[in-house]
Design a protein around this ligand. Structure first.
Ligand SMILES: *Cc1c(COP(=O)(O)O)cnc(C)c1O
Length: 363
């Protein structure tokens, strides 16, 4: 029995998207990015379904430790590295790979005696994002320091991150690429490409890809759908109709009375709210899908409930399923646009109160 609300996760779609990435970049290896609870999809289930990845990446130590404790054997890269000696020790104990982006992290290496050295480490280079990383001019020196440190075994790769990869043909992408390629002519691996770059900027593929969003079947581009890109949406967020009211012209719906009926209206109540991560920014502008019809959200989003306009679905009854996003009619990209945000945020926000249900193919 399904208990609503539920995020229904199609692991076959996830695997399709990974295979599609491999076809797009057959000469590169894939670091699947599963930070932030795998973009809300559930870290461990996603990691297991993405077993064919060459490595995983998460943002933080706690996320990496969770994967190791669950028995995941892949390489795991901590994209933010660590900030204390204790964290460095734990990262080494858990066989987690680090991104080094700041001098303070190099100093930690010098202060710590690691029993098990780190491997598969990366040097983050600042090429235009101005968030994390060493300057291009310091790269050779820091690379040498890392590779001669007894705390690290094996080669250290070069990593950087695009600030504008979703803007296809933006000259800043080529500038960032040129910057990292200028660093070294020897055999250091390079990892640049996030989803948008994988899809639109083949020069950026290099040795290691870092897809996140596209694994989950979501388009990074404003003017292209997932289907245009041969991606299959992984998450469908669903709940249920719990009440139906007839309201009269002039009556108001929800907190603050932000929506007023201009004629007699059939109003449905759905069990989902901002307490489930359904964005309050969808107040009065959201749409949901019920019985094959797209209908409007009326008034403000409450913590546990929303109200919807049932004019277009007059035969709807209590217990009917309501899709908040993720079917053919209503993509998470569209809902993000209505909420004036990005699909990343909507998916990450789906709270722990929402059950995750896993299946392969149609549920
Ligand atoms: C989150 C993240 C990614 C994945 O980006 P997508 O746009 O989701 O593909 C790649 N690299 C880094 C450093 C990240 O933080």
């Amino acid at each position: 029995m399904t208990s609503y609300p539920v995020a229904s996760i199609d692991l076959a779609a996830l695997q399709h998207n990974l295979n599609h990435i491999k076809q797009l970049a057959p000469n590169s290896q894939v670091i699947s990015v599963i930070k932030a609870n795998a973009y809300g999809h559930g870290t461990l289930e996603v990691a297991k379904a993405l077993d064919e990845s060459d490595a995983f990446a998460v943002a933080r130590l706690s996320e990496g430790m969770q994967l190791r404790r669950a028995g995941i054997k892949h390489k795991i890269v901590l994209l933010e590295g660590v900030t204390t000696v204790e964290e460095l020790q734990l990262a080494a104990d858990y066989d987690l790979s680090l991104v080094f982006h700041h001098q303070s992290q190099i100093e930690l290496l010098e202060q710590t005696d690691l029993v098990n050295p780190l491997s598969f480490c990366w040097l983050m280079i600042e090429t235009g994002m101005h968030r994390l990383g060493f300057s291009v001019n310091d790269a050779d020196e820091v690379l040498a320091a890392l590779e001669t440190s007894k705390a690290i075994v094996g080669p250290v790769g070069l990593m950087s991150h695009f600030a504008n990869a979703d803007l296809v043909d933006d000259p800043r992408n080529q500038q960032q690429m040129t910057a990292i390629l200028a660093i070294t002519e020897d055999d250091h691996s390079i990892s640049m490409a996030n989803s948008a770059a994988i899809l639109s900027f083949p020069v950026s593929h290099q040795q290691w890809l870092r897809p996140g969003l596209m694994l989950y079947g979501v388009s990074p581009f404003a003017d292209k759908t997932a289907a245009d890109l041969d991606l299959k949406p992984v998450m469908q967020l669903k709940s249920v109709l719990t009440a139906i009211q007839n309201i009269e012209a002039g009556e108001q719906v929800g907190y603050g009375g932000d929506w007023t009926a201009t004629k007699d209206t059939l109003v449905g109540t759905v069990s989902i709210g901002y307490g489930d991560g359904y964005s309050r920014q969808l107040s009065n502008v959201g749409q949901v899908s019920i019985n094959g019809k797209l209908v409007e959200v009326l008034g403000r989003i409450s913590m546990d409930m929303i109200c919807i306009d049932l004019q277009a679905s007059p035969s709807a009854k209590i217990g009917d399923e309501v899709v908040l996003w993720g079917n053919e009619q209503l993509s998470v990209e569209l809902v993000a646009k209505l909420a004036n945000t990005i699909p990343y945020e909507l998916m990450c926000q789906v709270s722990t109160r929402v059950a995750r249900e896993y299946h392969y193919g149609q549920s």
